[in-house]
Design a protein around this ligand. Structure first.
Ligand SMILES: *Cc1c(COP(=O)(O)O)cnc(C)c1O
Length: 541
């Protein structure tokens, strides 16, 4: 293959008669039904390609889709229609993918039936379930631009200014965190990938140092070190840490779970003890993972104390701020005090920066650690390019072809400013604090912790002397019934072995009245479930 065969070079040829060298029409379904191709004239297929000749068609087609989505959003009265899997499955299954409609409007009509009508809408104020935010319009503009231009951020010669914009945003984020002059990082597909990359870098740094020790056997190899590697993280941390450990060949058993206090923050006395045990047992902790905003409770581990322990034991400190990163632009920045001492940080702009999925990054204090994911290919990013200081972002990423997600954040910052984002996040944190008071004073519910961020974990309690098992069933039922009604969507989780309900507030449009209404709905569903139970089930065991 020619080293110049990059997709980014195609647009430069579309303005010329160069189109004539595309003699073979694209065949979309090589194994498709006979007869299909007869209805698809090559000229027709080519008219769907975006280029200088079809710019008008692009504009009208996309405009129509935007109009439909905006009409749908304007008319949405509930976050969900409550449709069941069994009802929706045949609608999707019955679509004949071998029989194209040859009409964008018809395809959108069909999409209305199979998706748009029954989608789950995160912008609705009574969507209170997971860490999904309503999205800001400047980011949607970015999404439209980035997919049309379709830059790929692996190399300079596929992105040009896109690479520079991404690098500016990485530097901006690193500066907000306070990682210092040597910091760097990369955009990723999400917190899971950011955590994976951080653990990979931490593992490879730990192995490098271990094998370079003066007393290491001359023939020592990585595989000798592997079984001794450990990651320490709190029992409330995200499961992507376990996944990363497994993917990195360390096994799930390499993750040491550190207990949390009653506010669901890592107990640093237990962390100190675990680090000490590792030292005694000749184990090698590659990283301590602190969570700045646990997924269930929004609790923030004591970052400063954890940094002190990491200093003392010479251990890499990773901060998973997938959820709490919005604090970087909020008036509550001090809640993240200590994050500036991290070796690596995960941020999910698609959670608390109100960005559409995907938008995430992993940042590192020392840019040289990113070399653990640097590989050179002659066709893509040969070594001599690095020597000429051509900025190929693929040198820092575990992906190759990569979306220009950074553009969404760029247009958001250029349009609204960082403080605009921070205000939105502060508003939902304020709302959660007020909602906590409502829950705390409501005898129908038990609430687990007073939130630092914007989640509330609580449980409907049938009566003072209720059977906890019955309470589990009531809460499970209330959540499902609410989902099936489509009136509101809440999440569920298990705390100390008991089923609870969870609100994740990320929508500033959610009012306290919305929250009070949803609590009433939960109580109603719980009440009707209890009313259906035979008498003995209602009394305590
Ligand atoms: C959501 C979350 C993740 C995973 O991020 P994705 O973007 O869903 O991959 C990791 N850590 C924490 C604390 C999270 O809340």
């Amino acid at each position: 293959m020619s080293p110049l065969a990059h997709p980014a070079e195609d647009p430069s040829t579309t303005g010329s008669p160069g189109a004539t060298h595309r003699v073979t029409p694209t065949v979309h379904a090589p194994g498709g039904q006979p007869g299909d191709s007869a209805t698809t004239e090559p000229a027709d297929s080519r008219s769907y390609l975006l280029n200088n000749g079809t710019a008008g068609r692009y504009r009208s087609t996309v405009t129509e889709s935007v109009e439909r989505v905006s009409a749908t959003i304007a008319a949405t009265e509930r976050p969900f229609t409550g449709i069941s899997v069994d009802e929706l499955t045949p609608t999707v299954a019955d679509i004949d993918l071998e029989a194209p409609l040859h009409d964008p409007a018809a395809a959108l009509d069909e999409l209305e039936e199979v998706y748009l009508r029954d989608a789950v809408y995160f912008h609705h104020p009574r969507y209170l379930a997971h860490l999904n935010c309503p999205v800001v319009i400047p980011a949607l503009v970015g999404e439209a631009v980035l997919s049309a231009v379709n830059s790929s951020l692996d190399t300079w010669d596929q992105s040009a200014g896109g690479t520079l914009i991404e690098r500016r945003l990485i530097d901006w984020t690193a500066r907000r965190i306070g990682l210092g002059e040597q910091a760097d990082g990369i955009f990723t597909s999400g917190g899971t990938q950011s955590n994976l990359q951080a653990m990979l870098l931490a593992r490879d740094e730990a192995c490098r140092r271990e094998l370079a020790r003066a007393d290491a056997p001359a023939d020592a190899r990585r595989s000798d070190v592997l079984p001794r590697l450990r990651i320490l993280t709190s029992e409330c941390s995200h499961f992507s840490i376990q996944k990363a450990a497994t993917l990195l060949g360390m096994g799930a058993e390499s993750v040491i779970s550190v207990p949390c206090d009653e506010n669901r923050r890592m107990r640093t006395t237990d962390l100190a003890a675990a680090l000490e045990r590792c030292r005694r047992d000749d184990l090698l902790p590659i990283a301590v993972v602190a969570t700045a905003g646990t997924t269930d409770f929004g609790s923030i581990d004591p970052l400063g104390e954890i940094a002190d322990l990491c200093d003392r034991y010479g251990t890499w400190m990773h901060v998973d701020a997938a959820y709490g990163c919005g604090l970087l632009v909020s008036r509550r920045r001090d809640l993240l005090a200590g994050i500036e001492r991290a070796d690596s940080v995960t941020v999910d702009y698609h959670k608390s920066f109100f960005q559409p999925v995907s938008s995430s990054a992993v940042l590192v204090r020392d840019h040289t650690t990113l070399r653990h994911v640097t590989y050179h290919a002659d066709y893509l990013n040969p070594r001599r390019m690095a020597e000429r200081r051509i900025p190929n972002q693929v040198d820092k990423s575990i992906q190759t072809t990569r979306r220009f997600d950074a553009l969404k954040l760029w247009l958001t910052l250029r349009t609204m400013g960082a403080s605009g984002i921070g205000e939105l996040f502060d508003e939902v944190i304020d709302r959660a604090a007020d909602a906590w008071k409502i829950l705390h004073d409501d005898p129908r519910f038990d609430v687990v912790v007073e939130p630092q961020l914007s989640t509330l974990v609580f449980r409907y309690v049938p009566s003072a002397d209720h059977d906890p098992h019955l309470s589990d069933l009531v809460n499970l039922h209330a959540r499902e019934a609410l989902f099936a009604s489509g009136d509101a969507i809440v999440a569920g989780t298990v705390v100390d072995g008991r089923h609870h309900l969870k609100f994740t507030l990320l929508n500033p449009e959610t009012t306290l009245e919305d929250i009070a209404t949803v609590l009433d709905l939960i109580a109603e569903h719980a009440g009707s479930y209890l009313a259906e139970q035979p008498e003995p089930a209602l009394s305590a065991r």
